[in-house]
Design a protein around this ligand. Structure first.
Ligand code: GAL
Length: 566
């Protein structure tokens, strides 16, 4: 059990060195205990290839250390410098249209590019060797927000080569791949792995099995990229905590899988920005404009608690208006405090604010911080002062327990239903969040879990909305868990190859309940199919055939089974 901590994100390279000491002392005085630095500083660390300039960072760490602050050091691989991009222009990711993601902001790299990966090994090893033994550097953050700005999928030559190898490793024989993908349809069979294409720029939709495997491959590439860094850091800093800062409402790679290589999962919480970007209607957005969707933060706290090997943290907490949402209102008075305590109540070890001082230059100049651009305290500074006093008085320790109720959240399902929504506005993430919202409204305290056997033991109720293709083993684990299971729409409706199961959905889950889904229909937003006196189907309807052991609980008004129980 550790004590809850407060921190802040700081960019010493943005400010004159003469200011660093005052900043560090102010941070300490505010009750902060750690500072995250360095994650975008590659050029300042290596202005020219092989010419390292770490002295300034050493002085920055020393200044923070002298003030009694610990450091989370970021690896700078989200911002490769211009000289590096110019040396290997093909390191850029290509978007779905085949256009390069150019230099001039950040994340301009392809996860599959070997040359870039080696450059990252080099700079990470140099940094880890220089700072791995420093007593103030207690944690490392790999890169920054993997996948931000839509950067997981890349259609580059490097990705194509790596995808072909990935397919060969998975299927071994090209005939097996053709069968799994159903390539006989439209004469899409490949004669060898070298013929495989990436699933972009096709005339109409690409094969869903192909798309899903490409998404799985891309997710594996992110995890492998991250693993290279964690292995290097562990060599030079065996005692340090390794973390990554994940995002909200982001499903483009499997966060559970990547977290296997981390000690701690962190996430970046921007309640107002996320609300403005969400698909909620205007009334909802207006209602929560200054506090954010209350279930959104809570869901992510629960999700990231399920990642990593132990603790979890908020690495970037919104302190004021941000710059990147369609509309950027200020938080209500007290909202920063509310968000911070909500995170601690959900089990966070630490909450850190983004950022210390508002930058008057470049892309994020409209993004507020604890300090104004002129270094005067902004509103959030005063809130944080209060939070740190209250936290000290509480003297609480982080402790979490296993909840009786578990809600399954699965990245493959998110990919599958994005590939084949079968109803224009269906989004898996929104469905899971809606179920989460309903459970919370009913006062239920729950864990979010992956579809993994180890996560289901000891639960009283397990809820699985739209779980795409549960494995046979997972079906077995559910069957023997002793829990009541609530299986939602689309659950079990495909095989892992993205095909309809032999004896119809719910596929392997027929071991649990003897039903077959005979028909699905998606309904336009204003259509309703009433069910016997209890509401209606909206947007999606499954028509069930039920076996002898199963009770028809609820029928649609046209006499079809709508809900079955065994
Ligand atoms: C995060 C990112 C930060 C900063 C911040 C602005 O997504 O990690 O570097 O850009 O957003 O809100």
């Amino acid at each position: 059990m550790t004590r809850q901590r407060l921190g802040v994100c700081y960019y010493p390279e943005h400010w004159p060195e003469s200011r660093w000491r005052e900043d560090a002392e102010l941070m300490k005085g505010l009750g902060l205990s750690f500072v995250r630095i360095g994650e975008f500083a590659w050029l300042r660390l290596e202005p020219n290839a092989g010419a390292y300039r770490f002295e300034w960072l050493e002085r920055a760490v020393a200044t923070l250390d002298r003030a009694g602050l610990k450091v989370v050091l970021g690896t700078p691989t989200a911002t490769p410098p211009k000289w590096l991009v110019d040396r290997m222009p093909d390191m850029a990711a290509l978007d779905v249209e085949g256009k390069p993601r150019k230099f001039g902001s950040r994340r301009h790299y392809c996860f599959s590019h070997d040359g870039y990966a080696q450059e990252c090994d080099r700079i990470v090893a140099r940094l880890a060797r220089a700072f791995g033994g420093h007593p103030a550097v207690v944690a490392w953050q790999t890169d920054n927000e993997y996948g931000c700005h839509d950067t997981v999928l890349s259609y580059s030559q490097a990705a194509l080569r790596a995808f072909r190898k990935w397919c060969e490793k998975k299927y071994r024989a090209i005939a097996a791949l053709n069968e799994a993908w159903g390539n006989v349809f439209w004469s899409m069979d490949y004669r060898s792995f070298d013929e495989i294409e990436l699933p972009n720029l096709t005339v109409t939709e690409a094969n869903p099995s192909h798309l899903l495997d490409f998404q799985r491959f891309s997710s594996d590439q992110v995890a492998a990229f991250n693993r290279r860094q964690t292995e290097i850091i562990r060599r030079f800093a065996p005692a340090a905590t390794i973390l990554h800062n994940f995002m909200g409402a982001f499903v483009d790679f499997d966060h559970y899988a990547l977290s296997d290589d981390l000690d701690v999962a962190a996430w970046d919480s921007y309640p107002l920005g996320f609300l403005e970007r969400s698909s909620h209607d205007d009334d909802f957005k207006l209602r929560y404009m200054r506090v954010g969707d209350p279930d959104f933060q809570a869901f992510h706290h629960d999700l990231y608690r399920a990642c990593g090997r132990g603790g979890w943290q908020v690495m970037e907490q919104q302190p004021g208006p941000v710059n990147w949402a369609p509309w950027n209102p200020a938080p209500a008075e007290g909202a920063v405090r509310l968000w911070s305590f909500e995170a601690f109540a959900a089990g966070a070890e630490a909450v850190s604010y983004f950022r210390w001082r508002q930058a008057p230059f470049a892309q994020e100049q409209m993004h507020e911080a604890l300090l104004l651009p002129n270094a005067e305290p902004n509103d959030a500074y005063h809130e944080v002062a209060r939070i740190s006093k209250e936290l000290a008085a509480l003297d609480a320790r982080v402790e979490t327990a296993r909840a009786q109720v578990a809600l399954i959240f699965d990245y493959e399902s998110a990919w599958a239903w994005r590939i084949q929504p079968q109803g224009q506005d269906f989004a898996y993430f929104d469905l899971v969040l809606a179920v989460y919202r309903g459970l919370r409204r009913a006062g239920v305290s729950l864990d979010v879990i992956p579809p993994a056997a180890a996560a289901v033991a000891g639960r009283a109720l397990i809820v699985a909305p739209a779980l795409f293709a549960p494995s046979r083993d997972f079906a077995e684990a559910l069957a023997t868990s002793g829990a009541t299971l609530l299986l939602g729409p689309r659950t079990g409706s495909k095989t892992a190859d993205f095909q309809i199961p032999d004896d119809l959905p719910p596929g392997v889950l027929r071991r649990l309940i003897d039903i077959r889904v005979r028909r699905v229909e998606s309904l336009r937003p204003n259509a309703r199919v009433p069910v016997s006196g209890q509401g209606a189907f909206v947007r999606w309807r499954e028509v069930l055939a039920v076996g002898d052991t199963v009770a028809r609980e609820i029928e649609s008004d046209d006499g079809e089974t709508a809900l079955a129980r065994c």
